[in-house]
Design a protein. Structure first.
Ligand SMILES: [Zn+2]
Ligand SMILES: [Zn+2]
Length: 881
């Protein structure tokens, strides 16, 4: 069979879409449930349905795909569950913005019509990120695609809610939320817009109960003092230490409140004493919970003062403020007022100043769930990679607070709770809808208005996607999953909650490994953001450089525990590698035109030196690449193959193969080795760069599977490791590089009729070089090499000292020695000047402290480069003189 030849250059656009379609059609991405195969499974961190693929997704999904493709090739039955998250508030906001263009709010439409609009929006635009994942080459098991609000997952959510309720782990309690008194609605944090406002700071005297002295507090909202239930100071604050535990008589209203100590109080701020208003301030709410203080609500849902506000009841909150200040002044309790710039939350819809308000919310008691989740990590059932992330995890989990799971929005899983107007009972149900009260038979049921926090359904993702609570085949086969690949910012929101819920509801951990990858930043290490204008769009990069170049760059930079500094130039750089692979494959295939595949094994002993060597290096690469992939050292795995392919296969073996191929004794075995190494390199590279490897695979004259995606990942075979071949090739390389460097120094690269003298003391070396004269002459492009055990350098000769001996080249007649000396001296002067300049900079403390780290690094690098160059010049000058 005559091998087909690759086109001259690689065009990703021509192959990427084609291959993805074929892989998908052949069902390669789907699990086979083959009992003989070990299992490997991943659930995707579901991107928001509103999302478009950003560079962080590209990294996250490339890493998952590398693992899945590697395991699939390594004989595992693989499942990679894809899907999207309904992203409660984010999606609702997008649709609200849409209808705002028609001048409508969600209240104008009403709950049901609004939700219809959201579903419509999802059907039209929600698939964008999925198609982008396909463009990235993600080999997800699409038959298992899920959406957090699809029927099955919604059922799992209700089941979990009801079980937690039945176990007493879900309760309804007071919680402080953002409230718009004009719209009369709760606002999510995202719906609050912060503005800087010119306000005032009032200093108020709070007398001690015994009348001995008073404590000064400062506030920007004096009307809330009516709801104070304590004053707090820092426990170490000398001004107040002796007073902690005493009581205060709250001005105007006469309530007796304690003076408490809490480290959260900043003694440097204001007077160091702060009023605590648990019902109307977020921080105070937390302090009150911790200290068991009462909650006194003095402002109501309309922004008016309540009965608790005594004589101020019924006043608007701002009118009450004026009256409170006047009254304090009259009683001599107002020390002073100052102008003060403050940041206030406003309603994103009507711009009214929001009021933090106490309201009824739903909670999960997390302490009983957290303990087993802590143990699972302590005992090593779940591993974090890199390991140091466990500290953050333990820190969160050991100080866990109850989880507020209700949200006052419409888009999401509606809380499965109904309130009976007749008997007052709370009905919690697995049913989608409840119409009759199971306690009294009444039809007077009102469903809870709230929906669940988006993270509630995400917490169930590893088992709900596999069909839980049904005991499905998928769940039995692929749960617990093998690894979760995610970023550190959601360790608590998501990872910890999946571990808690997974253990609680399935009795098993949800995943065995948690791989935490870095953030992708710009080349200077800054966060990418639209406002900075430094965002790199993965889709744009794919269009420009091809998917493989983008993927390889991301993986090559994904070192554990270090942020990725990405620039377009990096992607462009790795595109050269993609092209290099193409060109190398083209060279190999051109030389296989007359190759007839046979089943004969290579006779290793009879191979020429470099063939033994490249096979040895190949198998070392296989071993290390596998190890690095198993350890989630993605960058090292990728760079291992990169350096093997480029530095060893292309730079040396492809070169030397040119003379081996001409030798009838070696031609056939060299063809075999070329094919063997190319084929294995493609397989090693496939998980990283799936498209080009699949395309080249098709042209190989001998392959065990139709498609590389299901070919066997190369196995390390000890028998190919040949330390002697490695040692001798190192000698030849050193020799060749030495000769090349002299030729380069004197502009003699194109000269091929040079003769070289090699002086070696070791007979073994001399004999070896003698036997390798032809390869040396070819690689170093010289006409002859003379071997000596004894030699004295002559005038007009330059030399390079190697580990195994010394090389001499006579330059007489080739160069003008005097001119050359002048040239080198000039260069020496120039370099010395530059070195002096950098030295001055590096001694300048000011520069070292103020200059960005990259700049300092750069200076240091060029310093050592210049030093090296200077050494060489000094050496050559001494030789020529
Ligand atoms: Zn409003
Ligand atoms: Zn009832």
């Amino acid at each position: 069979m005559e091998a087909e030849i690759l086109e001259k250059s690689y065009d990703p656009k021509k192959v990427e879409e084609k291959w993805y379609k074929i892989w998908e059609e052949r069902g390669y991405f789907e699990p086979t449930y083959d009992e003989n195969k070990p299992k490997f499974s991943i659930v995707i961190p579901p991107p928001n349905v509103t999302g478009a693929l950003h560079i962080g997704h590209a990294l996250n999904n490339t890493l998952q795909d590398v693992l899945v493709r590697y395991k699939r090739m390594d004989g595992y039955d693989t499942l990679w569950v894809p899907g999207t998250d309904h992203a409660g508030i984010a999606t609702q906001n997008v649709v609200e913005k849409e209808i705002a263009k028609e001048g409508l709010t969600r209240y104008d439409l009403g709950r049901n019509s609004f939700l219809e609009k959201v579903w419509e929006w999802k059907a039209t635009y929600g698939g964008k990120i999925i198609s982008q994942l396909k463009k990235l080459g993600a080999s997800c098991s699409w038959a298992y695609e899920r959406f957090t609000m699809d029927e099955g997952l919604s059922r799992a959510v209700r089941e979990v809610f009801v079980r937690l309720w039945e176990e007493g782990l879900i309760y309804r309690g007071d919680y402080i939320i953002n409230w718009c008194p004009r719209c009369e609605t709760a606002l999510a944090d995202l719906e609050v817009e912060f503005e800087s406002i010119a306000g005032k700071l009032w200093y108020i005297k709070y007398p001690l109960e015994d009348g001995s002295k008073y404590i000064m507090v400062a506030t920007t909202r004096p009307e809330t003092m009516l709801g104070d239930t304590a004053v707090a100071v820092h426990p170490e604050d000398k001004r107040y230490k002796a007073l902690i535990g005493k009581n205060i008589k709250l001005p105007l209203i006469g309530r007796i409140i304690p003076l408490i100590a809490d480290k959260i109080v900043d003694p440097e701020f204001g007077t160091g004493a702060v009023k605590v208003t648990p019902a109307h301030d977020f921080a105070d709410f937390e302090i009150a919970k911790k200290h068991g203080l009462p909650f006194v609500k003095v402002i109501d849902e309309k922004g008016k003062m309540t009965e608790e506000a005594g004589k101020y009841a019924g006043l608007d909150r701002f009118e009450a403020r004026k009256r409170v200040v006047e009254d304090l002044k009259r009683e001599g309790l107002l020390e002073k007022e100052e102008d003060y710039q403050l940041i206030l939350g406003h309603c994103y819809r009507c711009n009214t100043i929001i009021e933090p308000l106490l309201s009824k919310q739903w909670f999960v008691s997390t302490k009983p769930l957290a303990q087993p989740a802590i143990s699972a990590v302590e005992y090593g059932f779940i591993k974090f990679i890199p390991e140091n992330w466990v500290n953050l995890y333990f820190d969160w989990m050991r100080n866990i607070r109850d989880w507020c799971i209700s949200r006052q929005i419409w888009w999401g899983h509606r809380i499965p709770v109904w309130y009976c107007n007749s008997c007052g009972e709370t009905v919690v149900s697995r049913e989608e809808n409840v119409e009759i009260c199971p306690f009294c038979g009444s039809k007077e049921l009102k469903r809870d208005e709230d929906v669940l926090d988006t993270w509630f359904s995400s917490a169930l993702w590893p088992f709900s996607t596999l069909g839980w609570p049904e005991k499905t085949e998928a769940l039995k086969t692929f749960y617990p999953t093998s690894v979760l690949v995610t970023s550190f910012d959601i360790i608590f929101f998501w990872v910890a909650r999946m571990i808690m819920m997974g253990i609680h509801f399935t009795g098993q951990i949800p995943f065995k490994n948690v791989y935490i990858h870095a953030l992708v930043r710009d080349e200077k290490g800054q966060k990418m953001s639209k406002s900075r204008g430094n965002v790199i769009d993965p889709i744009e990069m794919i269009e420009k450089y091809g998917t493989d170049a983008l993927r390889f760059t991301l993986v090559a930079l994904a070192a554990q525990g270090r942020d990725i500094k990405l620039s377009e130039a990096r992607i462009e750089g790795f595109r050269h590698f993609i092209n290099k692979i193409w060109n190398a494959a083209r060279f190999v295939l051109m030389n296989l035109k007359d190759y007839i595949p046979d089943r004969e094994e290579l006779n290793f002993k009879e191979l020429p030196l470099f063939s033994k060597w490249i096979l040895s290096e190949l198998h070392r690469t296989i071993k290390i690449t596998r190890e690095k992939l198993e350890e989630f050292e993605f960058d090292q795995a990728a760079m291992q193959v990169y350096h093997f392919f480029w530095d060893k296969f292309c730079d040396w073996y492809l070169e030397i193969s040119k003379i081996y191929l001409k030798d009838p004794n070696y031609r056939k075995s060299t063809q075999k080795v070329l094919l063997e190494v190319l084929k294995n390199s493609l397989k090693l590279l496939h998980p990283f760069i799936p498209f080009i490897t699949e395309e080249i695979w098709q042209y190989l004259p001998e392959k065990e599977t139709e498609h590389i995606i299901v070919a066997k990942y190369p196995l390390f075979e000890e028998k190919f490791v040949d330390e002697s071949a490695e040692k001798w090739v190192r000698v030849l390389q050193e020799l060749t590089v030495g000769i090349r460097s002299i030729k380069a120094e004197y502009n003699l690269t194109s000269k091929t009729d040079l003769s070289v003298i090699f002086r070696g003391l070791d007979k073994e070396i001399l004999d070896f070089i003698k036997s390798q004269k032809e390869p040396i002459k070819f690689l170093a492009k010289i006409s002859d090499i003379e071997l000596r055990s004894n030699y004295e350098k002559k005038k007009g000769e330059v030399s390079v000292v190697l580990q195994e001996g010394e090389i001499f080249i006579n330059l007489e007649g080739l160069i003008d020695v005097e001119k050359e000396i002048k040239r080198l001296e000039k260069e020496k002067e120039k370099i010395e000047k530059k070195i002096a300049q950098i030295e001055k900079k590096l001694e300048d403390k000011d520069f070292l402290e103020k200059a960005p780290r990259e700049i300092v690094e750069k200076e240091k690098n060029s310093y050592s480069e210049l030093k090296e160059r200077l050494d060489k010049i000094v050496h050559y000058l001494s030789e020529l003189k």
